[in-house]
Design a protein around this ligand. Structure first.
Ligand code: HXC
Length: 286
C-alpha cells in the first residue's frame, strides 16, 4: 500500500502498480497519489505525481486533483487535506505545452481553467506542503490552499509575464492581498522568484521546515485540525476566507453570523461542557 511507501512522499521514483492504487476504490489516478495519513487516518494526502514535467498542471492532473479533494471533502473520516509535490517541484505551473496552441476564442468558449476554482470551494482545510518550485499556477494552487508550509529550498513565483501572459488562477488577487502590492507587483511584473524565507517574511508561508520533514509536519498540522469539530472548522475557514473577499463590515457581519451559528451545534455545547468538566471533548460534527 502506498501508505507504507515513504519514498513516494519524499521523492518521485517510478511507481509500482500498488503505489498507483488510489483512494477512490475501483479507479486509478494517473497524475496523483492519494492516501489517508495520520495516526487516525484522518488526514487526506494528495501528492502531485507528474515528475517528468515538474508537476505541470495539465487538465488531467487538475481534474484528478479536484476529484480527490472533493472525495476527501465528502469523507466524514477526514478532517484536513494535505497537497504536496516532489522535492524538486510542488508544481511548475499550468502546462505550457497544453496551452501553447490555444486561441483567445478557445479560452473564452471553454472557460479555460475556470474549474481550478473548485479547489478553493473545498470546505475542509487544505495545507499545501511546498518543496521546490511553486511557479505560476503552482503558486496559485498553493495560495488556493488554506495554510502553506514550505521546505527550506522552496521557491515561489508568478513567471507568466515571461511567457507574455498573466496569472489566471487568482495570482494577481491572492498574492497581492497576502504579500501586499509592492512585492506582488515586483513578482508579477518581473517574473522573479522568491525564496521560502522571503515568502515567510512576506506572510505567504506560515512555517518553513527541512525538506525531508515538511510533509510529516504538514500531516501533523492536519491532525491537529482534524481533532476539532469538522463542522466548526469549516465555519472558521469560511470566516477567515471572508477577510479576503469582503469589506471589513461585511466580513465582521459574516463572522458574527457564523459565531452565533456555532451556538446551534452540539459540538459547541460539548466543547464548553468538556472544558468546564475538565475532560477531553468528544466532537461528533453535529
Ligand atoms: C509544461 C513544463 C513546465 C510547464 C517545466 N516543464 N515546467 N512543461 N509546463 N509549466 C517541463 C519542461 O518542459 C521539461 O520537459 C521538464 O519539465 C523539466 O523542466 P526543465 O526546464 O528542463 O527543468 P529545469 O531546468 O530544472 O527548470 C525548472 C523550471 C523551468 C525553472 C521550473 O522548467 C521553468 O521555468 N518552467 C516553467 C515555469 C513557468 O513559466 N510556469 C508558469 C506557467 S504559466 P522536457 O520534456 O523538455 O524534458 C501558468 C499560467 C497559470 O502557470 C494560469 C493558471 C490558472
Amino acid at each position: 500500500m502506498w501508505g507504507a511507501c515513504r519514498w513516494a512522499v519524499r521523492g518521485l521514483r517510478p511507481l509500482s502498480t500498488a503505489a498507483r492504487r488510489t483512494y477512490a476504490a475501483g479507479s486509478q489516478y494517473q497524475y496523483i497519489l492519494v492516501e489517508k495519513r495520520g495516526e487516525r487516518q484522518n488526514v487526506g494526502m494528495i501528492q502531485l505525481n507528474r515528475p517528468k514535467a515538474l508537476n505541470a498542471l495539465c487538465d488531467g492532473l487538475m481534474m484528478e486533483l479536484i476529484q480527490a479533494c472533493e472525495s476527501f471533502d465528502e469523507d466524514p473520516g477526514i478532517g484536513a487535506i494535505v497537497i504536496t509535490g516532489s522535492d524538486k517541484a510542488f508544481a511548475a505551473g499550468a502546462d505550457i505545452k497544453e496551452m501553447q496552441s490555444k486561441s483567445f476564442q478557445d479560452c473564452v468558449n471553454s472557460n479555460f481553467l475556470s474549474n481550478w476554482g473548485k479547489v478553493s470551494e473545498v470546505k475542509k482545510p487544505i495545507i499545501a506542503a511546498v518543496n521546490g518550485f511553486a511557479l505560476g499556477g503552482g503558486c496559485e494552487l498553493a495560495m488556493m490552499c488554506d495554510i502553506i508550509y514550505a521546505g527550506e529550498k522552496a521557491q515561489f513565483g508568478q513567471p507568466e509575464i515571461l511567457l507574455a501572459t498573466i496569472p489566471g488562477g487568482g495570482g494577481t488577487q491572492r498574492l497581492t492581498k497576502t504579500v501586499g502590492k509592492s512585492l506582488a507587483m515586483e513578482m508579477i511584473l518581473t517574473g522573479e522568484r522568491i525564496s521560502a524565507q522571503e515568502a515567510k517574511q512576506a506572510g505567504l508561508v506560515s512555517k518553513i521546515y527541512p525538506v525531508e520533514k515538511l510533509v510529516e509536519e504538514a500531516i501533523q498540522c492536519g491532525e491537529k485540525i482534524a481533532k476539532n469539530s469538522g463542522l466548526i472548522v469549516s465555519m472558521a475557514k469560511e470566516a477567515v476566507n471572508g477577510a479576503l473577499e469582503l469589506s471589513l463590515a461585511e466580513g465582521n457581519r459574516l463572522e458574527k453570523k457564523l459565531f452565533h451559528s456555532t451556538f446551534a451545534t452540539e459540538d459547541r455545547k460539548e466543547g464548553m461542557s468538556a472544558f468546564v468538566a475538565k475532560r477531553d471533548a468528544n466532537f461528533k460534527n453535529q
